[in-house]
Ligand binder design. Structure first.
Ligand code: ADP
Length: 614
């Protein structure tokens, strides 16, 4: 991993931390904002609940006054013991109660005793019960409109009481009360995700969608209030208690958050409150915060996830880019290194080239020198050969010349003695000698040919015969024999006729030199072997052979074992060069039966018609 990459991951880790920190802070903000939203939503619920309550109250409020105007009721209050009347009023009240969906409608005299009631025929009949302790009775008996909420002491049902006085001839003679059950309200509130509570001026919850909050107060209850409740038997004293409520205001969103601690658990609500000042009630709509909190969690989590994704994606992309950069850099470096190396190599090569060129020049100069030296040597060799040849020639010619002289002298003497027959015989001898000398001269001409003769197909048998012919004088002088082993078919090889002849003369001459110390008569074996595209000419003698340690140097110019007076050491060297000129090879070895063996290898060639004819 490159430095760049590790840096990217460090920055990424930092970014992740920042995201988590932001999420931590953002959660509070989101929660508050969702609380506010929730509060706004529940405020409409609150308005609806309050409107419902107000509607119901305003519907029932005029009822007791209307009922109090009924003639039968006034009659009953004046004649409370008229059982027929009681029955009639009872029936009427039941009808009214059913008609207006009130829980109970009843008539009391000024002592608070119930004379007739809509529930006369039930177990919880109000008839003959005294409700003088209820505040609504007291207010109505004094001419006011009594309104009151309480738990029914007989029915044990929570209800709202409206009470109105019954007037007759300007006097108040009784009280009519209509009680409505609040259970039905609560029933409509239930199943809502909000809790609705209605509390009275003492702060006691008398209506709520939550039954366990009934008769609990939202704040501490004063002893006076408690005494008043006990006296009016408004709520069951045993069930009174304080709801453990703590309220906090959210500073930013202006939302009230209420925590209600129950048995072992604490519930948090967003509270919306509206007072119903005309009757001293307060309505609260409590929305559990859980939903808003969950929403906040989801929102923050979503944001965090998106941010994480963005951060990770960015990190990933940056990392990829970094890797790519690294790779490109590495490639550039490699390329640079390669270029450097190529440059170095090129420089080296240039240097080597210059050196090589220098060497080639030196070589060419050396070669030129060598060629010159070789040419000189060839010349020297030729001169040496010429010297030898001159000696041989003078021997070859002097002897027939001397013979010719004596034959000529003899012929003259015979002619003087008039013996022409003998004279003719001698002259014939002279003629033979002249023929022989002419033959020798012919061979000499061959030697005198230019060395720059063309290399081409030459007839091998002719060359070998010429060489032997040239050497015949020396061979004869040494009484040496030649053993030829030539193939039947005529062979042609690539070379120059005169020079190949010169080589053969040389080899034969060396063989004669080598056998000079021999006890036996010298024998020279000359064989020709045709093999594939090559032809081998083998010259072998029965001399002492070649000492192993000189075989290597034998072809060197001026290498000789014969002493300066006799040998120049050029023969084999020149021969070797000639054969190489032909594209062939000259090698030396010792024959298993003793004696040196020289092998000339030449390329086989196709015969040429003209030369063959010649
Ligand atoms: P030269 O004949 O003038 O010495 P060459 O180059 O012809 O020069 O021969 C070199 C040497 O090779 C000779 O001096 C001799 O020692 C050796 N040599 C050549 N041919 C023969 C042979 N047929 N047998 C033994 N030694 C030979």
């Amino acid at each position: 991993m490159g430095a760049m990459t590790s840096k990217i991951w460090k920055v990424t880790a930092l970014a992740l931390l920042v995201v988590l920190g932001a999420a931590w802070l953002g959660f509070g903000f989101a929660e508050r904002s969702f609380f506010k939203q929730s509060a706004e939503q529940s405020s409409s619920t609150l308005r609806l609940a309050v409107a419902g309550l107000r509607g119901a109250l305003s519907r029932y409020e005029p009822l007791p006054s209307l009922i109090a105007d009924k003639a039968d009721i006034k009659l009953l209050l004046s004649n409370p013991h008229d059982s027929t009347l009681v029955e009639a009023v009872n029936m009427q009240l039941r009808q009214i109660a059913n008609g207006v969906e009130a829980s109970d409608v009843y008539v009391m005299n000024l002592d608070g005793l119930t004379l007739a009631a809509s529930n006369f025929d039930t177990d919880t009949s109000f008839v003959a019960r005294n409700f003088s302790y209820r505040p609504y009775f007291k207010i109505a008996a004094e001419g006011g409109l009594g309104r009151y909420f309480a738990l029914g002491t007989t029915s044990l049902k929570r209800g709202y009481y409206f009470a109105a006085p019954v007037r007759f001839a300007g006097r108040i003679i009784g009280v009519v009360t209509v009680k409505i059950n609040v259970d039905s309200f609560e029933a409509t509130w239930r199943g809502n995700r909000n809790e609705i509570i209605v509390s009275d001026e003492k702060g006691i919850i008398f209506m709520s969608s939550r039954a366990d909050w009934h008769f609990k107060s939202l704040g501490p209850l004063s002893p006076d209030a408690r005494a008043a409740i006990e006296q009016s038997r408004q709520y069951p004293i045993g069930q009174l208690g304080e709801l453990p409520v703590s309220t906090e205001m959210l500073d930013v969103a202006d939302v009230r958050v209420m925590s209600i601690t129950g048995a072992g658990n604490s519930e948090r609500f967003i509270a919306n409150r509206m007072p119903m000042s005309e009757i001293g009630w307060t309505v609260d709509v409590l929305t559990p915060t859980a939903a808003a909190t969950t929403q906040a969690y989801v929102a923050v989590l979503t944001a965090v996830l998106i941010l994480l994704l963005v951060v990770l994606m960015t990190a990933y992309l940056l990392q990829r880019r970094a890797v790519l950069f690294d790779r490109i850099n590495a490639q550039l470096e490699a390329q640079e290194e390669l270029e450097n190396r190529v440059n170095e190599r090129t420089a080296d090569l240039n240097k080597a080239n210059v050196q090589l060129r220098q060497e080639v020049e030196e070589r060419t100069a050396a070669e030129r020198q060598l060629r010159k030296t070789q040419a000189d040597l060839v010349q020297a060799g030729k001169l040496a050969a010429l010297g030898q040849m001159s000696a041989a020639l003078s021997h070859e010619i002097n002897q027939p010349l001397a013979a010719a002289k004596s034959y000529a002298d003899n012929a003259c003497a015979y002619l003087d003695r008039d013996r022409p027959k003998e004279a003719r015989q001698n002259i014939g001898r002279i003629s033979e000698l002249v023929d022989r000398m002419a033959a020798i001269s012919k061979h000499l001409r061959n030697f005198a040919r230019k060395p720059q003769e063309k290399i081409g197909p030459i007839p091998l048998a002719v060359v070998i015969n010429d060489a032997i012919e040239i050497m015949s004088g020396r061979l004869k002088a040494r009484s040496a024999s030649t053993k030829l082993d030539l193939p039947q078919s005529e062979l042609w090889v690539r070379g120059g006729q005169v020079r190949l002849q010169q080589v053969l003369v040389n080899l034969i001459s060396n063989a004669l030199d080598a056998t000079s110390e021999n006890k036996k008569a010298p024998v020279i074996f000359l064989s020709v072997v045709a093999a594939d595209k090559h032809v081998r000419i083998i010259v072998r003698d029965n001399g002492p052979g070649l000492p192993e340690d000189v075989i290597e140097q034998m072809f060197d110019p001026f290498f000789t074992t014969k002493g300066t007076s006799k040998g120049l050491g050029l023969g084999l060297s020149i021969s070797y060069n000639i054969i190489k000129d032909f594209g062939g090879d000259l090698s030396a070895s010792n024959h298993p039966d003793g004696g040196a063996e020289f092998t000339i290898t030449l390329d086989a060639a196709e015969p040429i018609a003209e030369v063959a004819a010649e």
